[in-house]
Write a protein that binds this ligand. Structure first.
Ligand SMILES: [Fe+2]
Length: 316
C-alpha cells in the first residue's frame, strides 16, 4: 500500500513538472516586438466573404506563472481552431488586463512573447491592471491605441477604453458617432474591459449602480449592437439585455476564484459570423496539470465542502 502511494506521488510530481515545461520555455524566449492594435487591424482590410470567425478572451494577466501557464494552454487550443477548415479565423481579441497587476514593463514583454505564439492578429483592450504606475504609457508603447474602431468583412468593431469603469461625455459622443457609422455594416461588436452590468449576483463589481451603465446600455440598444464583450470578472457569462448580448469572458488565464459551476473556469470564445447570423461557442480549457493539483482542485473542493457544511448545504 505504502509502495503504491509512493509510486502515485512520484507519478503526480513527474506529470506536474512535465506540465510546467511550456511556461519555462516561454520565460527563456527572447523578447519580441509585436504588432500594435492599428497594425493588427490593418491586416484585416483585405479579407473578403461573409463567413468568418474570430476568437475572444480576457484577463490573461501576463507575468505570473499560474496565469502564463494557463494562457499557453489556451493559445495551443486557439491555434487549432481552424483545423477542420470550415471557418477562417480572422483575428483574436483580448478584453483587457493583459498584464498581471501593475502594467510592469516585464509583464508587457511577457504578453508580447505570449501573443507572438498566437497565429492570428491580436487586438487588445486596456484593463485596470494594465495602466497603474505608468502602465498606460507602456500599453501605448507595446500595444498602441486604447480606443478605436476597425472593420472586418461585414462587421464593425469598436474597442472602448473603460479601464476606470466610467465613460466620459467625450467618450459617449465618440461612441454614438462610431455606432452611427457602423449602421452600414451587418454586425456591430463592442469590446470593453468592464461590462456595464455585472452578470454575477455575488460579485463585488456593481457597475449597474452608476449612471454611465444605463446610458451606455441604452446606446447599444438604440444602435442594435450584436454583442458586447467584456472581461474584468474572471468568469464566463452570457446574458441578453434590451436585445443586446453581453458576454463576460474573463477566463483567459488569471487564477479564478469563482466556482466552476457559476462560470469560473478557464476558457475562450469562438464567434462565427455567417452572413446575417452570429453564433458563438465557449471552449472550456482544463488547467495545466500542475495548476490543477496546486490550485484548481482545492478551489472546487472548498466550494464542495462549503455546500455540504454551511447553511446552504445538506447538514443544516
Ligand atoms: Fe482581471
Amino acid at each position: 500500500m505504502k509502495r503504491a502511494l509512493k509510486i502515485a506521488a512520484i507519478g503526480i510530481i513527474a506529470i506536474s513538472l512535465y506540465s510546467l515545461t511550456p511556461v519555462i520555455s516561454l520565460y527563456m524566449k527572447k523578447d519580441v516586438r509585436q504588432p500594435t492594435n492599428a497594425e493588427a487591424a490593418e491586416k484585416l482590410k483585405a479579407n473578403q466573404g461573409e463567413l468568418f470567425g474570430f476568437i475572444v478572451f480576457g484577463d490573461n494577466h501576463a507575468g505570473f506563472i499560474f496565469d502564463d501557464s494557463a494562457f499557453l494552454k489556451l493559445i495551443r487550443n486557439m491555434n487549432r481552431e481552424d483545423r477542420y477548415r470550415k471557418l477562417p479565423i480572422d483575428f483574436v481579441m483580448n478584453a483587457g488586463d493583459v498584464t498581471f497587476s501593475k502594467g510592469l514593463e516585464s509583464d508587457y514583454c511577457t504578453y508580447d512573447k505570449l501573443r507572438s505564439m498566437i497565429k492570428w492578429p491580436v487586438i487588445s483592450a486596456a484593463g485596470n491592471h494594465d495602466c497603474q504606475k505608468g502602465g498606460d504609457r507602456r500599453f501605448r508603447e507595446h500595444i498602441g491605441e486604447e480606443e478605436f474602431s476597425f472593420t472586418d468583412r461585414n462587421s464593425y468593431f469598436i474597442v472602448l477604453d473603460n479601464k476606470i469603469s466610467d465613460l466620459s461625455e467625450k467618450q459617449f459622443f465618440w461612441l454614438d458617432k462610431e455606432l452611427t457609422k457602423a449602421a452600414g455594416y451587418r454586425h456591430k461588436f463592442v469590446l470593453m474591459h468592464k461590462s456595464p452590468i455585472s452578470s454575477y449576483q455575488r460579485s463585488w463589481f456593481r457597475p449597474e449602480l452608476s449612471p454611465w451603465s444605463y446610458k451606455v446600455m441604452k446606446l447599444f440598444e438604440k444602435h442594435k449592437v450584436d454583442i458586447v464583450f467584456a472581461g474584468h470578472e474572471h468568469m464566463f457569462r452570457d446574458n441578453v439585455f434590451g436585445g443586446v448580448r453581453y458576454i463576460t469572458t474573463g477566463g483567459g488565464g488569471m487564477l479564478i476564484q469563482i466556482p466552476d459551476s457559476d462560470g469560473g473556469f478557464l476558457h475562450y470564445i469562438v464567434v462565427r459570423v455567417y452572413g446575417d447570423y452570429v453564433d458563438l461557442e465557449v471552449r472550456k480549457i482544463f488547467p495545466p496539470f500542475w495548476e490543477f493539483i496546486t490550485y484548481y482542485m482545492w478551489k472546487e473542493l472548498f466550494y464542495c465542502l462549503k455546500d455540504v457544511f454551511l447553511k446552504d448545504g445538506i447538514l443544516f
